[in-house]
Design a protein around this ligand. Structure first.
Ligand code: SAM
Ligand code: DTB
Ligand code: SF4
Length: 331
């Protein structure tokens, strides 16, 4: 289907984003358990009914404030509570952020995502970020930020500044969550998502697989996401990047086919979302990435760095897109 037609459809159809019949964990576990070919076939059908299957959206990331974070997220190299910690930086100057945003745009990114290692932003920092957001937006890029927990008035300020998406992940199932993070609750995360919605922004919310969770946990994460009403417009599926010095540095490897299955189940449960093949592409070979696109991933992080770790080089992604006949999404 042509992209323009799809977008008109997106604006007029709201029924499929509400999931009024709900997704149970059981139903999603059953999808996970399908033979691989059957699962991918279903995911492809849903994908093709809702998206141009040869278009992939490109989001570039920048860490605008790195390290020294008060939270204890077990996967994260930016926590100040782990054995090895990254040096904490100040919030970047607007001009340096804009330079990175211009470069991302020149490389073909359509969305620019700014990340800060905060539990929550202080009001004076939020003002600074809001100004940066307005300037990035004026370059003609979609904007996204991930700054930790937000109050509703803070979300309103970001919306007024021109922020399109707010990223705040649920990370894993409610049951497994306490094994990974103890300094903020699942409920608090859900509350931030409510504030983002109330402010009228789009939600970018997903999680991480490969942290030692079970398949049922992966299904339960997707159930949480899919049953948000409406479900997130953007769903990043990260594969754990194992960073030395973090508690999860030695987490057992996850079978890459299970990662592909997670993407397929997310696609089936959230037909219209951008499902992003997110962190962890450095450890997936080209064939595995192609399977992720077949399973319904239609967005990637694009650019040589994620926040603090490496991502595939842009030249390599351009080559992969050419080999697969994929085009970057452009509005
Ligand atoms: N501090 C803010 C917060 O946590 O909400 C924003 C930045 S935080 C780094 C954004 C997300 O990056 C986390 O929620 C997590 O899902 C993801 N992330 C962080 N470290 C990761 C890792 N080592 N592997 C995969 N994903 C990771
Ligand atoms: C998301 O879900 N993944 C991105 C983004 N949202 C902010 C972050 C991935 C971080 C990977 C580890 C790092 O580079 O520090
Ligand atoms: Fe801090 Fe975010 Fe890292 Fe958690 S994921 S330690 S909140 S930067």
């Amino acid at each position: 289907m042509h992209q323009e037609t799809l977008h008109r459809f997106e604006k007029t159809s709201s029924t499929d984003t509400n999931n009024s019949d709900g997704w149970t964990v059981e139903r999603l576990v059953d999808l996970f358990a399908l033979p691989f070919a059957d699962l991918l076939y279903q995911a492809q059908q849903v994908h093709r009914a809702n998206h141009d299957p040869n278009t992939v959206q490109l989001s570039s990331l920048l860490s605008i404030k790195t390290g020294g974070c008060a939270e204890d997220c077990g996967y994260c190299p930016q926590s100040a509570r782990h054995e090895k910690t990254l040096a904490a930086t100040h919030l970047m100057e607007p001009e340096a952020v804009l330079k990175a945003a211009r470069e991302a745009k020149a490389q073909g990114a359509s969305r620019f995502c700014m990340g800060a290692a905060w539990r929550e932003p202080k009001d004076r920092n939020l003002e600074k970020v809001a100004k940066i957001v307005a300037e990035v937006k004026s370059l003609g890029l979609e904007t996204c930020a991930t700054l930790g927990m937000l109050r509703e008035d803070q979300a309103m300020k970001l919306k007024e500044a021109g922020l399109d998406y707010y990223n705040h992940n649920l990370d894993t199932s409610p049951e497994f969550y306490g094994h990974i993070i103890t300094t903020r609750t699942y409920e608090e995360r859900l509350r931030t998502l409510e504030h983002v919605r109330a402010a009228g922004m789009k939600i970018c919310c997903g999680g991480i697989v490969g942290m030692g969770e079970t398949r049922r946990d992966r299904a339960a994460l997707i159930a949480q996401l899919a049953n948000l009403s409406p479900y997130p417009e953007s769903v990043p599926i990260n594969s754990l990047v194992k960073v030395e010095g973090t508690p999860l540095a030695d987490a057992p490897d996850l079978d890459p086919f299970e990662f592909v299955r997670t993407i397929a189940v997310a696609r089936i449960a959230m037909p219209r979302a951008w499902v992003r093949l997110s962190a962890g592409r450095e450890s997936l070979d080209d064939a595995m990435q192609a399977l992720c696109f077949l399973a319904g991933a239609n967005s990637i992080f694009y650019g040589d760095r994620l926040l603090t770790t490496d991502n595939p080089q842009t030249v390599r992604d351009k080559h992969l897109f050419a080999r697969l006949g994929l085009r970057p999404y452009a509005e």
